[in-house]
Design a protein around this ligand. Sequence first.
Ligand code: NAP
Length: 337
Amino acid sequence: MFTKIVIPAYGGPQVLKIVQETELPRPASGEVRLKMLATSACFTDLLVIAGQYPDVKQKPPLSPGYDIVGRVDAVADDVHTLQVGQLVAAMPQFSAYQDYLCLSEKELVPVPDDLDPAEAVSMVLSYLTAYQMLHRVAKVEAGQKILVHGAGGAVGTALLQLGRLAGLEMYGTASAEKHVLVKASGAVPIDYRNEDFVAHLAEIAPQGMHAVFDGIGGDYYSRSFKTLRRGGELVAYGFYNTAMGRGGSIPLEFMRIIAMNVLPNGKAARFYSINGLKEKHPDWFRQDLMLLFTLLQAGKIQPEIARRMPLRQAVEALTLVKQAAVKGKIVLLGAQD
Ligand SMILES: NC(=O)c1ccc[n+]([C@@H]2O[C@H](COP(=O)([O-])OP(=O)(O)OC[C@H]3O[C@@H](n4cnc5c(N)ncnc54)[C@H](OP(=O)(O)O)[C@@H]3O)[C@@H](O)[C@H]2O)c1
């Protein structure tokens, strides 16, 4: 018997159902069966569960779970690059919320065996997003100033750790209870609930930002744009506000980003999508993820894992994420042997 979490219909975390499967899935040609060791409970999973994530074409019933680290448990006869027992990572977008699942060998990236699966899975969605936005999109350089919104969240804390490693001067918006973490991660915290970040930054960093990383959206995109210096870039990457029902419309926000680039003010705006960049550059996905594993192994980054919970507690975990009650991220663990 093994556990699988499914959603019979779109909705909030409460639609998740625990199902007990009796038969292990069999790997088809080119596939590998994984025993799931760790997966995330993160905001992107909430979007998939709510049917708000455009890249997932499969309709319910489906098993959510955007990223995974697991051990190879069985391989199809025609799989020669991976062996039973090997530790691997993948980003299937959905399906990781089960103790056993089959994935194509082409989707799997080897993970150094001495890494903690919970820390390793933090590299897949949260850190890779942060790394690629910093180094593939904004191409930051030491000494530059950046603003990170949601600085106490999963991607926010990853941006700060990688930003510190890159020698950046950092500012981060977060609610007051996350300020100790934001400060410890090397940034100047801004309490967005009690002060206007545009006015506050104009006072404390009047030269403006080289880059802003904005996963919040709504009125944030245009306000973030105002904080940029000439030559600066807004990297928009999420619609947190809209998804939480705080106004805004996703098509309108995309149009706003396009419109920002026609203004003759020397500033630029781009939208980053981890999945879009993976499709365009699968080589970068693999290469950047392996680099992050190396940084993790060397102790240069330390993911902020607020809680490690068993997969069976996915509803509770995702409810905490929805309430923004998580400093860093939550990792869901597969069944222990
Ligand atoms: N484009 C991509 O490829 C990609 C990849 C990964 C994630 N994302 C998106 O990135 C966003 C963040 O993801 P995540 O996993 O880091 O989520 P998360 O862990 O839930 O973090 C979001 C953080 O934002 C803070 N926040 C909420 N409202 C805010 C506001 N108005 N101003 C500043 N901070 C605010 C929340 O806590 P406090 O309010 O307590 O500070 C929370 O810590 C989401 O929109 C997600 O969909 C996009």
